[in-house]
Design a binder for this molecule. Structure first.
Ligand SMILES: [Fe+2]
Length: 233
């Protein structure tokens, strides 16, 4: 019950951050169940995910929804939100310290390239590692004022390009290979304009599924120029 009040505060502040937080909670719970976390851990993970961007309430909306690139000063301000969120979460006695660390460390990266502390690997709290993946995945697959949304298949390429080693690779692998399976039987539009249905996803070629078009099965991995442009249904 207490959680609803706090998440509603996020909603009043910025609608995108609220929707994003709910999405990240759904992805985090998906990962948590793939990792066989127990009920209590899933509850804590959900709290941390819903509140992970709590500290963004201190950032002006013009910066949060800015179209162009952030200036150095603006980015420094944005980088304060994990610590601000942690401080705000201290005022919520029903949260455990593990949950607060999940909020504090969700922008830390496995290789030490994250913020606020640049800690790495096992120094990063498990909830934060999970939320980091859900956070980036939702950002990639959502439309923003400054960018179009990516398909789940493009998002996998983007994780690879930005450096999959920034994330816990075991958790990232587990998440990506399971999330794409949810798109089997989805209707998709290919880059040549044709529409078909995803029929099979090869575990070793998860970005290039088999698509059925007018009775033909097209193996996308046989044509590197053809890709899924959009999920249409
Ligand atoms: Fe964040």
């Amino acid at each position: 019950r207490e959680m609803i009040g706090y998440t509603n505060n996020i909603k009043d502040n910025d609608e995108y951050t609220y929707n994003h937080s709910v999405n990240v909670a759904v992805y985090s719970l998906f990962i948590g169940s793939l990792l066989d976390l127990n009920k209590e851990e899933l509850r804590e993970l959900c709290q941390a995910a819903l509140l992970h961007d709590l500290g963004k309430s201190n950032i002006p909306n013009e910066i949060l929804n800015k179209k162009g690139k952030l200036t150095k000063e603006e980015f420094e301000l944005v980088k304060k939100h994990p610590l601000d969120g942690y401080k705000l979460s201290k005022e919520m006695p029903f949260l455990s310290e593990k949950v607060r660390y999940g909020i504090l460390c969700h922008h830390e990266r496995e290789d030490g390239s994250g913020y606020p502390y640049g800690i790495k690997g096992e120094e990063i709290n498990l909830y934060a590692k999970i939320i980091a993946i859900g956070d980036v995945y939702d950002a990639l697959t959502s439309e923003r004022v400054y960018k179009e949304k990516s398909t789940p298949f493009e998002a996998i390429e983007e994780f690879y390009n930005m450096g999959f080693e920034k994330f816990d690779t075991n958790i990232l692998n587990l998440f990506l290979k399971n999330i794409v399976q949810l798109y089997v039987n989805s209707k998709v539009e290919l880059s040549n304009g044709r529409v078909g249905k995803i029929k099979f996803i090869h575990p070793n070629k998860i970005t290039q599924p088999v698509v059925k078009i007018d009775g033909d099965y097209l193996k996308l991995w046989e044509d590197n120029y053809l890709k899924i442009e959009e999920i249409v249904g």
